[in-house]
Design a binder for this molecule. Structure first.
Ligand SMILES: Nc1ncnc2c1ncn2[C@@H]1O[C@H](COP(=O)(O)OP(=O)(O)OP(=O)(O)O)[C@@H](O)[C@H]1O
Ligand SMILES: [Mg+2]
Length: 343
């Protein structure tokens, strides 16, 4: 339904405070392709600074890609961000406090978009009550006259989702929608997104740091590292058989109640500066399997299994890349285990 194809974006930031300071280029996102389908959740997972928000903002057409394109129903999305596009593709942000104006009651927050997009059907109160019911804020009259500060974080995020739904979008881009919420209420908001997918057939992008919640919610997971796509697959395939060493690292560092101790991501090095990204594969300085070619040449995406791709030289078939020959693949890549390697 909505596709970002080869999306690329750089930002230019001043080095130092002087007015004459040179501007340096931040390579935020490079050639990232994501495809969202009706009735499916796609998770975009990666560490802070990986470029997840930048991808979501390009899909929402809040910012323009330097290269690549956004396609809606297979056709290039209209130039700019016309109201018709904004109505179909809505974004939800991390901080529901910041996204709701504190001086207005919930009624106001929901009424405005309904009116702007002519969605009230002649009865504003009924339309507002329906919206609140859709996000399980019931009975609606308990919420309409409240101010945002009178609600819990989870309830506020539900109001923000109701507001996004008010214009009857087909696509929701949810940027870390639960990461500022208390752990105890995260699940409720994730289940609401799952409900919207199943009942209303929305296409949803779920942006998160947390690969465990991505597995819980998403049908497909796309993993980004330092601005690039490193792996994409159906959730179960990606989390059961992670093919890229970075995905394996993310999974090794995901909290697991069955493990006494969870290794920390930070103990395994940090993502590179995007001002001067490493040559070749951007993950090679942190990768336990880095080979010579990884330092020299960025890997393309290789098919690991059906619908499962990984941008890693470990998955090149002999012959696909002249530099890799003879036994470089002695370990079945899907079963590489970072823990074992470390020991
Ligand atoms: N408007 C901007 N101006 C300059 N640099 C930017 C801008 N927006 C993003 N960046 C840079 O682009 C890179 C990617 O940022 P982005 O916000 O997309 O990452 P993210 O994966 O969403 O991170 P987080 O998990 O912390 O939200 C970062 O290095 C960031 O500093
Ligand atoms: Mg972000």
């Amino acid at each position: 339904m909505l596709e970002g194809r080869d999306l690329t974006k750089s930002f230019y930031v001043k080095q130092g405070r002087s007015p004459l300071a040179r501007k340096a280029r931040v390579h935020a996102v490079e050639a990232v392709t994501v495809r969202l389908e009706a009735g499916k959740v796609t998770a975009l997972v990666g560490e802070s600074g990986a470029g997840k928000t930048t991808v979501a903002r390009m899909l929402a057409k809040i910012i323009k890609p330097d290269a690549g394109e956004v396609l809606l129903d297979g056709k290039p999305a209209p130039a700019g961000r016309p109201r018709s596009y904004a109505a179909q593709v809505q974004m939800i942000f991390q901080d529901p406090f910041a996204s709701l104006n504190p001086v207005h009651r919930i009624r106001h927050h929901l009424m405005r978009p309904l009116q702007i997009h002519h969605m009230t059907g002649g009865n504003v109160d009924k339309a507002i009550a329906e919206l609140l019911n859709r996000v399980a804020l019931k009975p609606a009259e308990n919420f309409t006259d409240k101010f945002p500060y009178e609600l819990s974080g989870g309830q506020r995020q539900r109001v923000a989702i109701a507001r996004a739904l008010s214009v009857r979008p087909r696509v929701l881009l949810a940027d870390e929608p639960v990461s500022m919420l208390d752990v105890s209420i995260r699940l409720g908001v994730l289940n609401l997104l799952a409900d919207l997918r199943d009942r209303e057939h929305l296409a949803i992008l779920y942006v998160t740091h947390d690969i465990a919640s991505a597995r819980y919610l998403a049908d497909t997971i796309v993993v980004m590292y330092a601005g690039q796509l490193v792996e994409a697959a159906p959730s179960v395939s990606l989390t059961d058989h992670p093919a890229h060493p970075y995905t394996q690292l993310l999974l090794a560092a995901a909290p697991d109640p069955d493990r006494a101790e969870t290794p920390k991501l930070a103990d395994r090095g940090a993502p590179p500066s995007l001002l001067a990204p490493p040559s070749g594969c951007r993950f090679h300085p942190r990768c336990p399997y880095a080979m010579d070619i990884c330092k020299r040449q960025a890997p393309p995406s290789f098919a690991v299994s059906s619908g499962h791709i990984a941008a890693c030289w470990l998955h090149a078939q002999p012959g696909e890349q002249g530099a890799i020959k003879n036994g470089a693949f002695s370990t079945p890549a899907g079963q590489l285990d970072i823990e074992k390697q470390k020991r």
